[in-house]
Design a protein around this ligand. Structure first.
Ligand code: SF4
Length: 307
């Protein structure tokens, strides 16, 4: 982890622990805070422009979201930027491109986390030392600001550039893929959590039902209760906890990352591998020589394969 102060997109040196090729990108930029959008800003306050709330923050205080603060008249991001070690041990679910055993043992986590206090593992040759996350990186909002961290590194002799920026709460949303063949509800139907509208049913993809959850209309556009429940719902889903959702005119679904959905009280145990097009594309060659004719019936695309 590296403490950092700048929250205004003005560029920052980022020492990468253990990296062979740490390169910072301190780019001289104009002072983005020279012109606060509220011209009546009191002299002892700074205006945070990292989201549309535009908090005016007194010296020593934090803004409404506790992410930005006024430190000696400068706007600072209060959390450190989070860098993860790329490699964890196989028991924890290793992901290391050069380590076939680790790949085989990978438990499925997209970004592996080492246990707090775990001893650092030796890095493999050519392996990037760290995984640069956007957590604590600060934002580009408003969008004319450059990315707060532009990090270059070398992996297996290949130059890599990682650009990270932190999303702002008000625009956070999730697209949730529900692996079920069951009809969940009509497209555009409201999705509710604890009675509040937190999203809608959107276009099915890959043979799965898709929900669009969160977003600015539910987080800031409705009642405070709607906003709170929407953010809590996204937080719980993001932390792999179960969330109960109701679709207007449709099903009740218990959703949890990494677990099969429970639709109207019935845990899902199997579903088709994809839409009709996927079935034809994936299995056409395997059918050759096994059967004379195959009819793939699907509610999206129907295929007929004849020898
Ligand atoms: S990012 Fe946080 S501190 Fe900054 S304006 Fe928005 S709510 Fe206020």
């Amino acid at each position: 982890m590296a403490e950092h102060e700048q929250a205004d997109g003005s560029g920052e040196a980022l020492p990468l622990p253990g990296a062979d090729h740490p390169v910072a990108q301190p780019v001289a930029q104009p002072d983005w805070h020279a012109m606060p959008r509220n011209q009546r800003l009191a002299a002892h306050k700074v205006e945070c422009n990292a989201c549309p709330v535009l908090c005016q923050i007194s010296e020593g205080k934090a803004g409404a979201c506790d992410r930005y603060a006024n430190q000696g008249g400068a706007l600072v991001r209060v959390d450190p930027v989070l860098l993860l070690r790329q490699r964890v041990d196989a028991a924890g679910g290793a992901v290391a491109a050069a380590d076939a055993d680790a790949d085989a043992a990978w438990a499925g986590a997209l970004v592996p986390f080492a246990a707090e206090g775990a001893a650092p593992l030796p890095l493999l040759a050519g392996e990037p030392a760290v995984f640069v996350t956007a957590v604590g990186a600060s934002t580009t909002y408003p969008d004319y600001k450059p990315a707060p961290f532009i990090v270059s590194s070398l992996a297996d002799g290949v130059d890599m550039v990682t650009v990270v920026t932190e999303g702002i709460f008000s625009y956070c949303s999730l697209k949730v893929k529900i692996d079920t063949d069951r009809w969940l509800g009509p497209e555009q139907a409201n999705v509710r959590c604890q009675g509040e509208v937190v999203g809608h049913v959107t276009t099915a993809e890959y043979g799965s039902q898709m929900l669009s959850l969160g977003g600015v209309h539910h987080i800031t556009g409705g009642s405070k209760k709607e906003g709170r429940i929407t953010v809590d719902m996204m937080l719980r889903l993001g932390n792999q906890q179960a969330v109960d959702l109701h679709i207007d005119g449709g099903a009740q679904v218990l959703v949890q990352a990494g677990r099969a959905p429970v639709v109207n009280g019935r845990p899902e145990s199997r579903m088709r591998v994809g839409c009709g097009s996927a079935t034809v594309g994936m299995f056409a060659k395997q059918f050759v020589g096994q059967v004379d004719e195959v009819v793939v019936i699907d509610d999206h695309i129907t295929g007929v394969l004849s020898q």
